[in-house]
Write a protein that binds this ligand. Structure first.
Ligand code: CA
Length: 229
């Protein structure tokens, strides 16, 4: 049973989402403001949060902050079309995705399924490569036991590499992985920046584990300490 908390003050929108989710087999709790959402979060564990950014008694960001204090529950924000600054802020805070209103229900359902799949909560508990440990359910990365803080994009890249260690990924494959998160903000140049930052953050794990550039072809995660491999 997958339990979703919907935080949305527009009753018509909320009713539509609740109905659609329940038809798909999800169990849904609905809170219409931050205060109610805090109560729900304190009382119950959720598998996914769908949070409207503009709430009568605060911001959706506040709800996410509250929820993430003691869990890595996936978050999708529902946003207004012109809310770019808040979308970026939400993603920087580690939201998994956002969807702009008005949206088609099918689109929302597919985003939800994709976020749940990526968060892999039911699946793998831990991926370990020498000094590097990834805990997908908690979105946590450790090197030599020390937690490494990654942005949502860096984390997504790392998960992608770690799912297939040693495999070469072309730049366009990696861009596709990230587009899935945020089409508007990723291009070829930003990909280079994300790779560079990820590599820097993984540096304490090298040479046992590192992201290697394969000139002209792409990147791969080497997990055996052999740079020439
Ligand atoms: Ca609203």
């Amino acid at each position: 049973m997958t339990r979703v908390l919907l935080v949305e003050d527009d009753r018509d929108i909320a009713a539509g989402i609740v109905y659609s989710l329940e038809v798909e087999g999800y169990t849904v709790d609905h809170s219409e403001n931050c205060a109610r959402a805090y109560e729900a979060l304190a009382a119950q564990r959720f598998d996914l949060l769908l949070i409207d950014l503009g709430l009568p008694d605060g911001s959706g960001h506040d709800v996410m902050r509250f929820a993430r204090k003691d869990s890595a529950v996936p978050v999708i924000f529902l946003t207004a079309r012109d809310d770019e600054a808040n979308i970026v802020m939400g993603l920087d805070m580690g939201a998994d995705d956002y969807i702009t209103k008005p949206f088609r229900v099918r689109e929302l359902m597919s985003r939800i399924a994709s976020v749940l799949r990526r968060s892999g909560q039911a699946a793998v508990e831990e991926l370990a490569f020498g000094p590097l440990v990834i805990r997908p359910g908690r979105a946590q990365v450790l090197i030599h036991g020390e937690e490494v803080l990654l942005t949502a994009m860096e984390y997504r890249l790392l998960l992608n590499f770690a799912a297939r260690p040693g495999q070469l990924f072309s730049r366009s494959q990696l861009l596709e992985t990230l587009w899935d998160v945020d089409e508007a903000y990723v291009n070829d140049n930003t990909l280079s920046v994300y790779i560079k930052r990820l590599r820097e953050k993984l540096a304490p794990a090298a040479p046992a584990v590192e992201v290697v550039t394969v000139r002209g072809l792409g990147y791969r995660l080497n997990t055996d300490g052999d740079k020439n491999n």
